[in-house]
Design a protein around this ligand. Structure first.
Ligand SMILES: [Zn+2]
Length: 390
């Protein structure tokens, strides 16, 4: 099955100018000034994308695929993610995670959900673990989960947060060491993805672990670092030392102390954090407090994976970064950090994960592994139990 995207401006994410792009089955096969269908090769679908941007599919490295939350009681558990929640937001690669609740949410169901979404059309991975110490696993240890389960790309833990298991510095170091060796033995990233809370210790222990052990700073991918200005400063220090700085794009409208993603990215860049050290993720389907205009808590909402795309647009429209550079935050940077060599770029031999954006950045088409899942803004492929248009 061949598909040709004709006459779009390809940002791969670097700006390649106007190019035609040939997709063959699940891969990008060729980019050239002009590519036309070859009848002998059989049916070829041609999309005229004149005036559009052709960009890599987005990678969201923190989504509660089976739901999360629950911190306000059972009625506050958030629902599962549906395929089109991700695809209509341009997300073609997702990493699923557990959160505070690992009693009524399980690694097994997270793995099954990730496999289901993969069957439905996108690319998925998961982190092993949650907030408790010892952390829940599938095979007995974080190291063996990473080695034995194809979908497990790293581990998950929480620190500097009242909801965490209050892990000691040594326990954090041991988890990171397990993730590292697991990653080495399986050829995967083996990152330790760390939910970072509002606590005053911030990233102190990560700096200390890196100074006192042989663990490289790239083993850690702390997230939620824009939750307050002081933590963001520590994140900038971490990025300047070579670590990854992950900014959460879902923020409550009235969380006034939290910089918006575009502001956070600008702050990081102005302070000298290298662009290739910064990533964004949505925290999709985590629970988020909702406030009215006066700032009173009115209830909870499930965070939307779409915030990732919205943050990208905000960064471009506010001229914090031009589109090719802004794309790095959700394509090449997470792909490099998670060691996903087929992801994050439009390059021959890479996966045909592609978003076509109109000139005003509206999402027009989304392709995942060569298959068109969103066409003219509508999800043409939906999850198994999503409602279908009558
Ligand atoms: Zn989360």
């Amino acid at each position: 099955m061949f598909t040709i995207l004709k006459n779009g401006r390809v940002c791969a994410p670097q700006d390649l100018g106007v190019r035609d792009v040939l997709l063959a089955d699940r891969s990008v096969a060729h980019l050239a000034d002009r590519i036309d269908p070859v009848p002998a090769y059989g049916a070829t679908e041609v999309y005229d994308v004149t005036g559009c941007f052709v960009v890599p599919g987005f990678i969201d490295q923190h989504v509660h695929l089976i739901g999360g939350g629950g911190e306000g009681g059972f009625a506050t558990r958030t629902p599962e993610v549906m395929l089109s929640d991700l695809t209509t937001a341009g997300i073609t690669t997702v990493v699923g995670t557990l959160g505070t609740d690992s009693v009524t949410r399980h690694m097994e169901s997270l793995l099954a959900k990730a496999r289901g979404l993969e069957e439905e059309g996108i690319s998925t991975w998961i982190y092993s673990g949650a907030y408790p110490i010892p952390s829940p696993t599938l095979t007995g240890s974080l190291r063996s989960d990473i080695i034995l389960i194809d979908k497990v790309v790293g581990g998950k833990v929480a620190m500097s947060d009242h909801r965490s298991a209050q892990p000691s510095k040594d326990e954090l170091a041991r988890l990171a060491a397990e993730a590292r060796v697991g990653g080495m033995l399986s050829g995967k990233a083996g990152v330790l993805h760390i939910h970072t809370g509002d606590g005053s210790r911030r990233l102190d222990w990560l700096f200390e672990i890196v100074a006192e052990t042989e663990l490289p700073i790239t083993q850690f991918t702390p997230t939620h670092l824009s939750r307050n200005p002081e933590l963001l400063l520590e994140g900038i220090r971490f990025a300047k030392a070579g670590g990854m700085l992950d900014i959460t794009t879902s923020i409550s409208a009235a969380a006034s102390s939290r910089p918006r993603p575009a502001e956070a990215v600008k702050t990081c860049l102005d302070a000298g954090a290298p662009l290739d050290r910064i990533t964004m993720s949505s925290d999709g389907n985590g629970s988020m407090p909702a406030f009215n205009r006066k700032g009173d808590l009115t209830g909870l909402v499930a965070a939307s994976p779409r915030s990732l795309y919205e943050a990208l647009c905000e960064i471009v429209r506010a001229k914090v970064l031009p589109l090719p550079d802004a794309l790095c935050l959700v394509t090449t940077n997470p792909a490099a950090s998670l060691k996903l060599p087929r992801k994050g770029r439009i390059v021959p031999g890479g996966d045909a994960d592609i978003v076509v954006l109109d000139a005003d950045l509206t999402i027009r088409h989304v392709f995942a592994k060569g298959r068109c899942l969103v066409k003219d803004g509508q999800a043409v492929v939906r999850g198994t139990f999503e409602s279908h248009p009558a």
